[in-house]
Ligand binder design. Structure first.
Ligand code: OMP
Length: 279
């Protein structure tokens, strides 16, 4: 019988055991994958398989962004289904769909992602409120990462608005704390607004944070390592997509992706040792 452990505890155990925060973003773009693969029946699938094969012993998690699969019709959906079977037991699979809908619909997402595809966690958009989030957080073993402060320019349109004394993103972070009764809620906080990041970390000292924005989007990894960890020195996944996936556009793409992933892990370890835990 497998031991039941909450998503957040499992995540933190894996981070500790692997001494790494690396989450590779599986965002395979048909226009960016190496040219020699384009003659294959399903180029996306081969690319995804090779990247997973080359990096699966290095990562804590993969985050597969649904858009890159859904945009390739049947080939994309087959690739997504296949990739869900390729993830080792000691690696987490996060499906990134940023879902959020009425409860009746949310239950269908739960079935699709948590039961059928066996993902460990998903990203959700909290805009529709608690009843839209509730179905995703019933099973303690399955986690959610709730959008709080995103890395895109439009983050400023709503997320920085004042709600009483808080910014909206801080209010969302407080809500996530309230919803974390099963120890399976985390937040998405981009690496592009470090002031906001720090406020969120102080508001929720122990919630896991999924951090996009390092690599292609130019986020500051040193600062993220300095302020992003929880009080135990865990509680954070740093997602890197394009900078690893497209490390080479030649036949050595998987090997080069592995080297890039190794570079990031080394860099994370170095920064952990040269920075101090801020909380
Ligand atoms: P790279 O910029 O290629 O490393 O990929 C970033 C990934 O994180 C993409 O899948 C984005 O859709 C996603 N993302 C952001 O870039 N910014 C955010 O604020 C939130 C996400 C996300 O929820 O994953």
């Amino acid at each position: 019988m497998t031991e039941k452990i909450s998503f957040n505890n499992r995540l933190n155990m894996l981070i500790s055991n692997k001494s790494s925060f690396l989450c590779i973003g599986l965002d395979p773009d048909i226009d960016k994958i190496p040219a020699h693969l384009k003659y294959e029946k399903n180029p996306l699938n081969i690319f995804t398989e090779k990247i997973i094969e080359a990096t699966k012993d290095l990562v804590v998690a993969y985050k597969a962004n649904m858009a890159f699969y859904e945009s390739e019709s049947i080939n994309g959906l087959e690739t997504l289904q296949n990739l869900c079977t390729l993830i080792p037991k000691d690696v987490l699979l996060i499906l990134d769909g940023k879902r959020g809908d009425i409860e009746n619909t949310a239950r269908k997402y739960v079935k699709a992602y948590f039961s059928d595809m066996n993902a460990d966690a998903i990203t959700i958009n909290p805009y529709m409120g608690y009843d839209s989030v509730k179905p995703f957080i019933q099973d303690a073993q399955k986690g959610v990462f709730i959008l709080a402060l995103t890395s895109n320019p439009g983050a400023n349109d709503f997320q920085n608005l004042q709600v009483g004394k808080d910014s909206l993103y801080q209010y969302v972070a407080r809500k996530a704390l309230e919803w974390n009764k099963n120890n399976n809620c985390g937040l998405v906080v981009g690496a592009t607004d470090m002031e906001g990041f720090e406020i969120i970390r102080h508001t929720t000292p122990d919630l896991p944070i999924l951090v996009p924005g390092i690599g292609a989007q130019g986020g500051d990894m040193e600062k993220v390592i300095q302020i992003g960890r929880d009080r135990a020195g865990t509680g954070m996944l740093i997602n890197i997509g394009r900078d690893i996936l497209y490390a080479s556009d030649g036949k050595d793409f998987a090997e080069k992706a592995r080297e890039k992933a190794q570079y990031y892990i080394k860099e994370m370890t170095r920064l952990v040792h040269t920075s101090w835990n801020y909380i």
